[in-house]
Design a binder for this molecule. Sequence first.
Ligand SMILES: [Zn+2]
Length: 154
Amino acid sequence: MTCDEVLTARVLGGALDAAAAAHAAACSRCRADAPAAAALHRTLAEHRTAPPPAELRVRTLRAAAPLVAERAIRPRLARALAATLLALPAIVAWDTGVVRTVYAALTAVLPAGLSAYVVGSYGAAITVLVALSYAAVPLLAARQARASWRPAHA
Ligand SMILES: [Zn+2]
């Protein structure tokens, strides 16, 4: 226990615990500071502040809303990305199977080069669509989070 801790406890009005009381009883500085600390405590206890304006809460929540909404987006974004990335291996495996099956069927009736061009075009188109879909996930998650977030006490 230090003199500063005892002084702080006295100014704040907290009761001194056994160690603080023992220190205060044995310490000449703490005994000397006791009246000043008590006077300061009384002064602080008598000080009153004006209540905040009624609209302060609303203005504060309104000002903080964009930041709070931005923080609310992160968990939703992480969940959305995780959920969509779980499906990606299945999508790739399924499309690979489709490409192989279609290529095998096409080579039965078309030249191999033309069959490769057709399934290659299909594969490229699917790759672009999947990439665009996955690129849209963060944007959609953020938009959905912003739309669903409302200040709790506004
Ligand atoms: Zn002391």
